[in-house]
Design a protein around this ligand. Structure first.
Ligand code: AMP
Ligand code: ZN
Length: 670
C-alpha cells in the first residue's frame, strides 16, 4: 500500500466507525483505538499535505473561521409546507389530491422536526456544500459549520448517485439545550429561549469549533436531484439510510390510508413529550414520486405534502400571585405563581411573565383564571385570561417599584422593556452574580467553586467580593453543606492557581460593565497595568479601536468607586495578576525560533493575518516569497504556483493548516 492508499483507507475506516457510532449507535472499536487511528491519519496528513481532503474525519473537530457566509442560490427551490390544524383540513387535502390522481395514493407520515432546515450537496460521495433555507430561493453557505455535526456524513458508503442534494433539519436535543444554558448561566449570560432558535443561531457562528461544542443533531428527510434512483419517497429514505445518512425513516410510517395517517398523528401527539428533541407536528407526503410530480407546486408549497401542526397544549388555572426575581445583572423578571395544573405531561406551577408590558397587555388582575400554553419554549407562558371568571373586586396587578431583594427603587431604561435594580454593589443576587462571573471558565476558571457554593459562602458572610476568596480557609469551608475535606482542598487549590491567570482575564473577571473578553484584551494591550488603566480618561480610552463612549464611561465609573478600588488593592496584595506579564502577549513561545513561513491558497482554519500573528508569537518570521530562505510553506485550498515552486526547490517543508497548528502544539508541549 502506498501512502496515498494508506491515508484513504484510514479515512474510510474512520468514516465507517463514525457511522457505527453516531448513526447506528453501535461502535465496534473503543474510543482509544479510534483516537489512535485518528492520530495516525493526522500525522500522515501533515506529512503529505498533497493528499489533503476537506472531508477528512480529522477536520470534524472544527476550527475553521467564516467571517461572512456567502449567499448562494438554491438549484432547487426550498418550498415551505402548507399547514393543517385538524383532521378536516387533512380530509380536504386528500380530496384535492384524489381529483388529480385517479389511482390509489399512499402517504408517508414523518415527524416535523423543530429546527433549522438545510440543503446539503454531495458530489462523488463527499459532502460538498451546505446551504441554509434562507428565503427558499437563496440561502447562506455554512459548509464549515455543518461539517462539525456528527450526524452528517462527510463521506458516503454503498451505492450512491454521483451528485445530489439532500435536505433535512438541524436541531438541538433538549439535553444539549439545557447543557448550553447551564454553561451560559455559570458565565452570567442570559439563557437561550428555545432549542429551535439556538440551533439556527448556532449554525451562523463564525467559529466552527464553537459550533461543534453546541452538540447539534441532524436528520435528513428529502432527496432531490434531476434523477431519482427509486420510485417512492419511502424507498429514497431507505436508500439514503444505506448511504450513511440519519433519516426520518426510523420514526416515520408508510401509510396506505388517511386513517393510518390519523392514527400516527394521534400517537405522536401524546408521545412527543417523550422524544429527546422537540417536534411541532407531523409532515405527510405523497409517497409515489410520479404522483408528486403530477400534483406539482403552488406558488409557495408542494401540493403533495402537508404539515399537521400540533395544538400547543393549553390549560386553565388560577393565578395565585406574581413574584419578582432579580437576576445577576439586576434585571427583574416577573413570575406568575399558579395553582398547579397538568400540561403536556408535566405539572406546571409557574410561568414567566417577562416584563411589565406583557402584564399590561394581558391586562392581568389578581386571582384571574389564566390560560397557560406550552409551545416551543421550555417555560410555559400565559396566553390569555378567562374574563368570564373575573369579578369586579379583583384589582389589576401592580408592577413593583422597589427591588424585592434590597429595596432600592427600580429603574427602566428608555429603550428597554425590562426593569433593573441599580444597586449593583449591594443587591445580594448581583453581588453573588459578580463573584460567579469572576470564577467562571472564561475569567479566572476556578474549578470546583460553583454557584451554589458561592451562594452559601455569601449567606455565611464569608465572601462579598472577589478579593474575599483569597482569604478563605479550610476551617471556614468545611462546615458548609455537602463539603468534604477533598472538595474544600480543591477549592483552595483552585483559588491559589488563579493567581497565575493573565491580567486580561482578571480584567474581564472583575466585571466592569460592558468589558467583555475582547475589550479586556484590547485594554491590556494598550494599558499594560491596572494603575495606568485606572488613571486613563474617557477621552483617552476612546482612542482605542473598538472602545466607544459607553464602554469608556463604564470603565471610568468603575475606577471612581472606592469599593472597587479597595477590592483591586486587595487582589494585588494577594498576588493576583494586575499587569501584563512581560512576554505574555507578544511572545507565547520560541518554538518557531529562526524559522521562516509563508502561507498560500485559501485558508479555512484561520485567516492569513491570524496565521502570521501566530508565527510571530511563537518566534518565527513571515516572508513574502518562495525562496531557498523559506523553511515552511503552509498550503490552504487551491494552492497554485507557490506550492509548485516550493516542491521544485525541494528542502522546503510543506504543511497544511492543521499541520501548522500541530507544529506549534507539538513543539510547545515538550
Ligand atoms: P414551516 O416552517 O412551518 O413552513 O414548515 C416547513 C418546514 O418544516 C420545512 O422547511 C422544514 O424545515 C421543516 N420540517 C421538519 N420536519 C420535516 C419533515 N419530516 N419533512 C419536511 N419538512 C420538515
Ligand atoms: Zn436590588
Amino acid at each position: 500500500m502506498n501512502t496515498q492508499q494508506k491515508i484513504e483507507s484510514l479515512r474510510e475506516e474512520l468514516h465507517r466507525h463514525n457511522y457505527d457510532y453516531y448513526i447506528l449507535d453501535d461502535p465496534t472499536i473503543s474510543d482509544f483505538e479510534f483516537d489512535a487511528k485518528l492520530k495516525e491519519l493526522q500525522e500522515l496528513e501533515i506529512s503529505y499535505p498533497e493528499f489533503a481532503d476537506p472531508n477528512s474525519p480529522t477536520l470534524r473537530v472544527g476550527g475553521g473561521i467564516t467571517k461572512n457566509f456567502p449567499t448562494v442560490p438554491h438549484q432547487f427551490r426550498m418550498y415551505s409546507l402548507d399547514n393543517s390544524y385538524d383532521f378536516n383540513d387533512l380530509e380536504d387535502w386528500e380530496k384535492r389530491i384524489v381529483k388529480t390522481i385517479d389511482e390509489p395514493v399512499e402517504f408517508v407520515a414523518e415527524l416535523k422536526y423543530d429546527g433549522a432546515s438545510i440543503s446539503i450537496f454531495y458530489e462523488n460521495g463527499k459532502l460538498s456544500r451546505a446551504i441554509t433555507r434562507g428565503d427558499g430561493f437563496q440561502g447562506d453557505e455554512i459548509t464549515n459549520n455543518v461539517r462539525t455535526i456528527s450526524d452528517v456524513p462527510l463521506a458516503l458508503r454503498g451505492d450512491f448517485p454521483k451528485s445530489f442534494f439532500i435536505r433535512g433539519e438541524i436541531y438541538l436535543t433538549r439535553k444539549n439545550f439545557d447543557k448550553i444554558n447551564k454553561i451560559r448561566e455559570e458565565e452570567g449570560l442570559d439563557p437561550f429561549m428555545n432549542p429551535r432558535n439556538t440551533a439556527s443561531g448556532s449554525l451562523k457562528m463564525q467559529d466552527s469549533g464553537e459550533v461543534r461544542k453546541r452538540g447539534l443533531s441532524a436528520v435528513l428527510y428529502q432527496y432531490i436531484s434531476d434523477e431519482y434512483p427509486a420510485e417512492t419517497h419511502w424507498e429514497l429514505l431507505a436508500k439514503a439510510k444505506s448511504w450513511g445518512f440519519k433519516v426520518s425513516e426510523d420514526q416515520a410510517k408508510c401509510c396506505k390510508t388517511l386513517d393510518e395517517v390519523k392514527n400516527f398523528i394521534v400517537f405522536w401527539d401524546s408521545e412527543r413529550h417523550k422524544l429527546p428533541f422537540e417536534i411541532d407536528g407531523i409532515v405527510i407526503k405523497v409517497n409515489s414520486l410520479k404522483q408528486q410530480q403530477q400534483l406539482g407546486y403552488t406558488a409557495k408549497s408542494p401540493r403533495w405534502a402537508m404539515a399537521y401542526k400540533f395544538k400547543a397544549e393549553k390549560a386553565e388555572t388560577e393565578l395565585l400571585s406574581v413574584s419578582y426575581q432579580v437576576g445577576r445583572t439586576g434585571a427583574i423578571t416577573p413570575v406568575a405563581n399558579l395553582k398547579p395544573v397538568l400540561l403536556a405531561g408535566t405539572v406546571v406551577k409557574r410561568a414567566s411573565l417577562h416584563n411589565e408590558d406583557i402584564i399590561k397587555k394581558l391586562d392581568l388582575h389578581e386571582n384571574d383564571f389564566v390560560y397557560v400554553e406550552k409551545g416551543g419554549e421550555i417555560i410555559p407562558k400565559i396566553v390569555g385570561v378567562n374574563l368570564e371568571k373575573r369579578n369586579l373586586y379583583q384589582p389589576e396587578i401592580q408592577y413593583i417599584k422597589n427591588c424585592p431583594e434590597c429595596g432600592t427603587e427600580l429603574i427602566k431604561l428608555e429603550d428597554q422593556a425590562i426593569h433593573f435594580c441599580p444597586n449593583e454593589m449591594h443587591c445580594p443576587p448581583q453581588v453573588v452574580g459578580k463573584m460567579i462571573h469572576y470564577v467562571s471558565r472564561k475569567a479566572m476558571n476556578i474549578e470546583n467553586l460553583g454557584s451554589e457554593t458561592i451562594e452559601q459562602l455569601f449567606r455565611e458572610k464569608l465572601v462579598e467580593n472577589a478579593a474575599d476568596f483569597y482569604t478563605l480557609t479550610k476551617e471556614q469551608l468545611l462546615p458548609l453543606e455537602r463539603m468534604a475535606e477533598k472538595s474544600a482542598q480543591n477549592i483552595l487549590d483552585g483559588i491559589q492557581k488563579s493567581k497565575e491567570i493573565p491580567f486580561e482575564k482578571v480584567l474581564f473577571g472583575i466585571g466592569i460593565k460592558h468589558v467583555g473578553e475582547t475589550v479586556a484584551k484590547k485594554l491590556v494591550k494598550n494599558f499594560p497595568t491596572i494603575e495606568i488603566l485606572k488613571n486613563t480618561t474617557a477621552e483617552e480610552l476612546c482612542q482605542v479601536e473598538d472602545i466607544g463612549e459607553k464602554i469608556a464611561e463604564s470603565i471610568v465609573d468603575f475606577f471612581k468607586n472606592p469599593e472597587n478600588l479597595l477590592m483591586i488593592e486587595r487582589l494585588k496584595s494577594y498576588g493576583v495578576r494586575l499587569k501584563k506579564s512581560e512576554n505574555s502577549d507578544e511572545i507565547l513561545s520560541d518554538v518557531l525560533d529562526g524559522k521562516t513561513f509563508l502561507f498560500t491558497g485559501k485558508l479555512s482554519l484561520f485567516t492569513r493575518e491570524q496565521a502570521e500573528e501566530m508565527v510571530e508569537k511563537h518566534g518565527g518570521k513571515n516572508i513574502s516569497a518562495v525562496s531557498k530562505n523559506l523553511n515552511y510553506l503552509v498550503v490552504g485550498e487551491k494552492a497554485g504556483s507557490k506550492l509548485k515552486k516550493a516542491q521544485d526547490l525541494g528542502n522546503i517543508e510543506i504543511l497544511d493548516e492543521q499541520g501548522f497548528l500541530d507544529l506549534i502544539d507539538r513543539e510547545s508541549d515538550d
